[in-house]
Design a binder for this molecule. Sequence first.
Ligand code: ARG
Ligand code: ZN
Length: 843
Amino acid sequence: QTVYLSDYKPFGWRVEDVSLTFRLAPEATRILSRIRFAPDPAAPAQDFFLHGEDVSLIRATIDGAEVTPEITPQGLRCAVPEGAFTWEAEVEIAPASNTALEGLYMSGGMYCTQCEAEGFRKITYYPDRPDVMATFSVRIESDLPVLLSNGNPTGSGDGWAEWHDPWPKPAYLFALVTGDLRNHPDTFTTRSGKEVALNIWVRPGDEGKCAWGMEALKKSMTWDEEVHGREYDLDVFNIVAVDDFNMGAMENKGLNIFNSAAVLASPETATDANFERIESIIAHEYFHNWTGNRITCRDWFQLCLKEGLTVFRDQQFTSDLRSAAVKRIEDVAQLRARQFPEDQGPLAHPVRPESFQEINNFYTATVYEKGAEVIGMLKRLVGDEAYAKALDLYFDRHDGDAATIEDWLRVFEDATGRDLSQFKRWYSQAGTPRLSVEEAWDDGTYTLTFTQVTPPTPGQPDKAPQVIPIAVGLLSPNGDEAVPTRMLEMTEGKQSFAFEGLSARPVPSILRGFSAPVVLERDVPAEERAFLLAHDADPFNRWDSSRSLAREALIAMIRDGAEPDATWIDALGRVLRDETLDPAFRALMLGLPTQAELAQVLHEKGVTPDPDAICNSTEAMADAMAKRFEPMLDDLAAQAQVDAPYAPDAEQSGKRSLGGAVLALRTRLDGGAAARAQFAAADNMTLQLSALTCLIRAGEARAELDAFHDQWQGDRLVMDKWFGLQIAAADPAEAPDRAKALTQHPAFDWKNPNRFRAVLGALAMNHAGFHHKTGAGYRLLADWLLRLDPLNPQTTARMCSAFQTWRRYDTGRQAMMKEQLERIAAKDGLSRDTSEMVGRILS
Ligand code: ARG
Ligand code: ZN
């Protein structure tokens, strides 16, 4: 049942062409396939096997003659001629009963597909593996008005439409959508003068929420032309919004399918953060056209080849369009919150895993976000120019290929002459390296000595040294840059770097821009951190100094009952008053580490985290900040004021996020008066929701929650916010009960992944609420995961990761979490997805 990277073998045939006809009906869709196979002389001899799951074979022929294949639960085997042949089959499937949202399924009256990673085999019999690439022609027969598939439209009439995709692609990029849809059309002219028709297709009523996504698409198309010289390659580009979707979105060739939450937005219904996320997901899926589709993956172990690179590209896009410093801080905060716990717990796996049972369980923060960090390191090591050259070579050499990480690294070796064999460990070694630092000062020479250690992870007891790019700048005692940023390249377990000719002992700014995904272990005196907080020229490290001070102060409060650190609060106050600083940056400076992050850091220090103590200390710290900053709140609020019509751009959203942070502090002082006023006056969702959040936290939101419900009950995406926020911002003591009550609300449509996650995902994110000492949070989540698993294994398995940190808590909580994990594991007929996840978490 386990698949290994080392077992890779090519398929024995090439697929020259695929024709599919879909006769759509909710319970009995017929699919006719005609596929040209030709033996691949380079492949090892093998049986002819086609994947197929949950499909009924009606009939099959080879070169027109009826055949009777041997059918298994995974597919079919059949005797075939020696040379090339034409396979034809007719199968039947039931999209309306497909609750797993994988393959062809129905959502709100429309038909749609999700084939990555291995969903095409639920549509028809096929060699469903990414290294089998073919051109597809599709005919759709249906009474629904809009009939879409990949590629270019080639004909349509009453009740039918035909499409042809001239670009060979693996089956996971296949897509089909039909429904009563409305479109938001536009056009884009590529730089070589080709006109492309763009459409965003939505359900009636959502037409007004497409404009932002369309702008983002055009910006993405321009960016990929300008930065990488990559043009779009079909006559049309379609995007469809679907309400029931397991993930964010999918890059199917020419027909991207989006979770509606990842594309639909209007100022009244979406927050600034939603707008930014939509912009980056549209870019991400569009960028896949080159990094993913034109160049795809040989097998699923190479997933980071397309995902790490495409995340890196969408991050660059956002930093180019908005503020690079703010984007970097947000990304690192996410990495620490999501990837570090994964890399330091039972689910740790390399960026390129070497085995799996269910590939859907490996669409992880490690593959995506750490995968992007690895590309960032490569770029830092070779430099911007060489990186651009290597990417040109990659597109040139591998266009049309199903490639591997080895291919990717070879491109960099060939373009730069560098040996990347040691660097490759970033792809094979799991775990977060710990980097410790010693310093020495001697007569004008300042020396930094680094030691790296990567702790053991499941299946990898011993680790070898990694190549770590360490960006270092040195500050002189007056705060100027004595030595501007230098990229140190660490390759050994312990290594020293000397800076000569200095007139005074400097203060080091280490790991600028978070130049490598490591934990920097350095006991920095608080005065030195405060000095960096005041003077560091690197905005990331400036933020991180403050974050570290806050973390250390909170840990002292949690462990030793210390008082909030007035020195840090004062230093932060000086930064907040600095009007030359971007409001978005100041808002980030005001954010405290999350409670989960504090639990993670305590665990790293060998301390058992106490969720209630973490929560109480965080509250006490925020109260102390509110008191200390009270005199400047009016000024800050005035600077956060936006006096222009709403736009979700970096400038306005930065101001609103500062305003939101100020309102949160103010609510601790005024009991909610300002928040109530903002809620009443709000004409956009960002202001409305930030006010509502403050009121919920203050326990003063009853009337506003009802008003919000009545105002938005007709809007599914806003109602997800209504469900989620009540749990995310709930008093932890009440969070499990409130979540339980919401699961009984008539609008709790638990089969919809967005709604399920709104309540149960929010519970898992409310740290002290989930870890309620009665175990009520654990039980509620497990109850619902057990209920969802038979219907939707993918979403169930993904949400099991809420339990991944179980071993770090006290014995009482450990026992309760283990009990729930074992209860899930013991369930009869548990899906392969969930059983793999629970098994790994318990192991
Ligand atoms: N390739 C998609 C993206 O990152 C994600 C699809 C994930 N699907 C899945 N079943 N795991 O853009
Ligand atoms: Zn992707």
